[in-house]
Each structure stands twice: as C-alpha cells, then as structure tokens.
Design a protein around this ligand. Structure first.
Ligand code: HPA
Length: 276
C-alpha cells in the first residue's frame, strides 16, 4: 500500500482506539478562532502529539488538538490549530488532518482563516465567504501517487465551495445581522507577507483576499468528496494598500476583535448545515 495511505490508516486506527464517535461535520479553526473549541459539548480532546506521524504546528496561538463532540446538536470534529505549508511540511502532510477527518466520517468541512484584504472595498474586521480560490502559487496536495481509496487522479474543481452550504452560510449571516463579503481567496506560500507588486498582481488575477492556508485543504477535501465551505476574517489590508507595514500583531489584534462575530456566524452555520 502507498506509504501515505498507511500513515493515514494508522492515525485513524489510533483515534478509533479512543472513540467510535461519528462526526457529521469537520471544522478547522484559524488564527484567533481557537476559543471556539470551548463551545463543543461532551468534548473528547485528542492532542495531535498523541497521534503517530501527525504534523504538529509550531506557530504560537495554534494549540494542536482534535476536539470531538456536539455543536448545536451536530456531531463535529474540530481542529484547534492547523499546520501550514510555510512551517516546512510537505503539502501532503499539511492536508493529513483533513483526510483523517474525512476518513472518520465527516461529510462537510468548514475552513476558517485570517486573510489580508486585496479587494480595496474590504475593511479589516470584515468576514468573507469564499466563492472560489487561486491555488497557482503553491503545489497541489494531490501531487504524487494518487490515493485511489480516497478519490480520483484528476478531480474536478469547478465548484470547490459548495453552493448549498454557501447559501446556508449567507442565510446564517443574515439571521444574525452579520455582514458577509464574498470573494476569491488566493493561497500564498509565506511565511513572509506579500510585496505591494505581488498584491497588485493578485488583484489583476481576480483575488479578493490572500492568506497562507485553506486552499490546499479544500482541494484535498474535494478530492475525497467532502462538501466544503470556507470563511476568511480580513484581519488587515494586504501589503501596499495602506501606508503602514504589515505585522502579525495586527493580524492577531483584528482576529481577537472580530472573534465574537466570527464565532456567532460559525455556530449558526453549523446549525443550518445539518439540513443543507
Ligand atoms: N497576507 C497573507 N496572509 C495573511 C495576511 C496577509 O496580508 N493577513 C493574514 N494572513
């Protein structure tokens, strides 16, 4: 068997030794959203470090554990902390957690992240629903031998972000009085932020937001047939739009300022996704 498939099966086995829990939805908590983990009821926490071969994050603020339990009565598996490509992991390791959550039975995946606003009509603190993405600046997580047990060699990417889930997300936002931008997210490899010329290029290419995660995860999820929905927190205007330099502190500050609104939206989305 393929080495990665063996690694994934082993991770699933180790989790299955701890629980027979069947998640319906999977949720990845991006920068500043980690506190959402506290909303999970009847929670079982499984630290990434206790799973052999599992990629563990090196970024401060990204606690590394799965939380299995219930949100609004829906069985969920939550990733509190994710690994990023810029940490040095190969792309196929970065998406291991997504594949594991799919193998545990999750059918829907909600991805969240912090992103820079490329669209000048955006304001820091805005939330953006992903309508599509640009993956051209990072390698595909599907590169290498295909994992036939999970999906096909040449998966279609014509509608990565599920129409019905997007509709439900928009209704969730409306019902809570939360404004929701929509747009295209571009994954940048990082860890350095982009240059002003790169941001101008991205705008020309049709990007509305830029960040260092999410797209690879969405591709791996679509490969195995999960239905995907993703929301960005626009934590800052992308490089070159405003006169000041970018900083990780600004990203964290905005993320924590928006946290309550973001958590409220995700909570409502999970409730509505049960029927979407
Ligand atoms: N660029 C890339 N990643 C990011 C940004 C940004 O401006 N803000 C938050 N994550």
């Amino acid at each position: 068997m393929n080495q990665m498939m063996e690694k994934l099966n082993r991770c699933v086995e180790v989790i299955r030794e701890k629980t027979s829990f069947q998640p319906e939805a999977a949720l990845v908590l991006g920068s500043g959203l980690g506190g959402f983990g506290e909303m999970v009821e009847d929670a079982l926490r499984i630290p990434y470090a206790s799973i052999p071969g599992f990629p563990v994050s090196t970024v401060p603020g990204h606690a590394g554990q799965f939380i299995l339990g219930y949100v609004r009565g829906v069985p969920v598996i939550v990733m509190q902390g994710r690994v990023h490509y810029y940490e040095g992991y190969p792309m196929e390791d970065v998406v291991m957690p997504i594949r594991i959550m799919g193998m545990l039975g999750a059918k829907k995946l909600i991805l969240t992240n912090a992103a820079g606003g490329v669209n000048t009509a955006f304001t820091p603190g805005d939330l953006m629903l992903l309508e599509d993405h640009i993956s051209a600046f990072v390698p595909s997580p599907l590169r290498g031998e295909n994992l036939d047990a999970l999906g096909t060699r040449f998966p279609d990417m014509s509608c990565v972000y599920d129409r019905h889930l997007r509709q439900a997300a928009e209704q969730a936002a409306e019902s809570r009085g939360i404004a929701l931008q929509k747009g295209v997210y571009l994954q940048w490899p990082g860890p350095n932020y982009e240059s002003p010329a790169e941001i101008r290029m991205f705008r020309t290419l049709g990007a509305d937001a830029v960040g260092m995660s999410t797209v690879c995860e969405a591709i791996a999820a679509r490969h195995m047939g999960l239905r995907v929905c993703a929301v960005s927190c626009i934590t800052n205007m992308a490089c070159g739009i405003l006169p000041q330099p970018l900083s990780h502190e600004e990203v964290q500050e905005t993320a924590s300022r928006v946290r309550e609104k973001f958590e409220s939206l995700i909570l409502e989305m999970i409730g509505r996704f049960a029927d979407a």
